[in-house]
Ligand binder design. Structure first.
Ligand code: PMP
Length: 362
C-alpha cells in the first residue's frame, strides 16, 4: 500500500495545502521564474571559482557563523549609510522572510499581504503557522497610503508584507505608503525589494526610510540582478536589533563557507555583475511596447518581467509556447500571463512565438 500525505500525522494546519510549484521543465527558453537569463561574465566566474576553491580548503571547520565579511560587502553595496550591523543574510530571501516570520510571526500571530503578490509570502506564513490576512489593492495594483492604513486598522496584523516592485504585477510602491503603514502599526513592516535594481534609478528605495524606523525591514536578493539564483543568497537591511531577533531562530552556521566565499567574490565585481541589468531593462521595455501591438494589455513594470492581460485562454497560450520550447508563467490570474525579460534572442523568440499564436487565434 502506498502511503499518502493524509496518512501521516502532519500538522492539521498544513493538511490540504499545495507546495510552491513553479514547473521546472527542460525547455530551451525559460522565462517563467524571473531569473536573470544572462550568465555571469567569464572573468567574474573565474574570480568566484578561485574564492570558492580557497574556501574549500577549510571546510573541515564550521563557517563564520556571523558571516561578517559578507555583511560588510553587502552594506557597502547598499550604501545609504548602512553598516555590517544593519545587514542579515540567509540562503535566499525566502529564508530571510521565513526567519522574520519565525521571530515575529508564528501561531496566534498574523501577517497582512496584498495579493496578487509573491506566492511564497503566504506559503511561508503557512509554514510558520502565521495567519495570512489578504488586503486588497487599488486600481492597477497600486496601494495608496489610505488603502494600506485602512487594511492595517481593520485587521491589526503583527507583520505587514509589501513587495516593491511587486511580483507578479511589476507595480512600484511609493514611499508614502510605507511610512503611513509604519505609523499605523506597532508591528513589523517588511518591504520585499527583490527586483529593486530593475526599477528606474530615480525610484527611491525603502532603504532611505530605515533611519529612525527600527520596525522596518527591507529585504533584497542576489538571485535577480546579480544572476545568483543558484547560489541562494538573500539579505535584509534593518536596525541591528532585527538581526538580534533573527539570531534566535536561525540555525547555527546556516550560510555555508562556500556560499559566503562565492557571494563576497561576486560583490567584489559588482559593476560587471550588474552590467546586464540595463540590457534586461531594455528587453522588458521591448515587451511593454511589443505585446500591446499584438493586442495584449501590459501592466507597467519596474521589474524584470511583465504581466499581460487580454489572453483569452492563458492555459492554451502557455501550452502553445511550450510546444515552441518556451516556458512562461500561468499564475491563474484570469486572462493573464507573466513573462520574464530574457536575453535579446530569447525575448525575440518569445515575441515571434506570441505573434504566431495570436495569429492562429489561440
Ligand atoms: N521575493 C520576491 C518578490 C521574489 O519574486 C522572489 C523570487 N521569485 C524572492 C523573494 C525569493 O528569491 P530568493 O529566495 O531566490 O532570494
Amino acid at each position: 500500500m502506498v502511503t499518502s500525505l493524509d496518512d501521516l500525522p502532519i500538522r492539521d494546519d498544513l493538511r490540504g495545502l499545495t507546495p510552491y510549484g513553479a514547473p521546472q521543465k527542460h525547455v530551451r527558453i525559460r522565462l517563467n521564474v524571473n531569473e536573470n537569463t544572462h550568465p555571469i561574465p567569464d572573468d567574474v566566474a573565474r574570480g568566484i571559482v578561485d574564492a570558492v576553491a580557497d574556501a574549500i580548503r577549510t571546510v573541515n571547520r564550521y563557517p563564520d557563523r556571523e558571516f561578517t565579511l559578507l555583511r560588510e560587502s553587502l552594506a557597502s553595496y547598499l550604501g545609504h549609510g548602512l553598516g555590517a550591523d544593519n545587514i542579515w543574510a540567509a540562503n535566499g530571501s525566502n529564508e530571510v522572510l521565513q526567519q522574520i516570520l519565525q521571530a515575529f510571526g508564528g501561531p496566534g500571530r498574523s501577517v497582512l499581504g496584498f495579493p496578487p503578490t509573491y506566492s511564497m509570502h503566504s506559503i511561508i506564513a503557512a509554514g510558520t503557522g502565521t495567519a495570512w490576512l489578504r488586503g486588497e489593492r487599488d486600481e492597477e495594483f497600486g496601494i495608496s497610503p489610505e488603502t494600506a492604513v485602512r487594511w492595517i486598522e481593520e485587521t491589526g496584523p503583527d507583520i505587514v508584507f509589501f513587495c516593491s516592485p511587486n511580483n507578479p504585477t511589476g507595480t512600484p510602491l511609493h514611499l508614502d505608503t510605507i511610512t503611513a503603514a509604519y505609523d499605523a502599526t506597532d508591528g513589523i513592516v517588511v518591504v520585499d525589494e527583490a527586483y529593486a535594481e530593475f526599477a528606474p534609478a530615480e525610484l527611491p528605495t525603502a532603504l532611505s526610510l530605515l533611519a529612525g524606523r527600527p520596525r522596518l525591514i527591507v529585504s533584497r536578493t542576489m538571485s535577480k540582478a546579480f544572476a545568483f539564483a543558484g547560489a541562494r543568497v538573500g539579505y535584509l537591511a534593518a536596525d541591528p536589533a532585527i538581526a538580534d531577533a533573527l539570531r534566535l531562530v536561525r540555525l547555527p552556521y546556516h550560510l555555508s563557507a562556500l556560499t559566503q566565499a562565492a557571494a563576497i567574490a561576486a560583490l567584489a565585481h559588482t559593476p560587471q555583475m550588474l552590467a546586464m541589468v540595463d540590457d534586461i531593462k531594455s528587453q522588458r521595455d521591448r515587451l511593454l511596447v511589443e505585446l500591446p501591438k499584438l493586442g495584449y494589455q501590459v501592466h507597467d513594470s519596474w521589474a524584470n518581467f511583465v504581466l499581460f492581460g487580454g489572453v483569452r485562454d492563458p492555459h492554451a497560450v502557455f501550452e502553445a509556447l511550450l510546444d515552441d520550447d518556451i516556458i512562461i508563467r500561468d499564475l491563474s490570474i484570469p486572462g493573464h500571463l507573466r513573462v520574464t525579460a530574457g536575453t535579446e534572442e530569447e525575448t525575440t523568440a518569445f515575441l515571434e512565438a506570441m505573434a504566431r499564436i495570436t495569429a492562429r487565434g489561440t
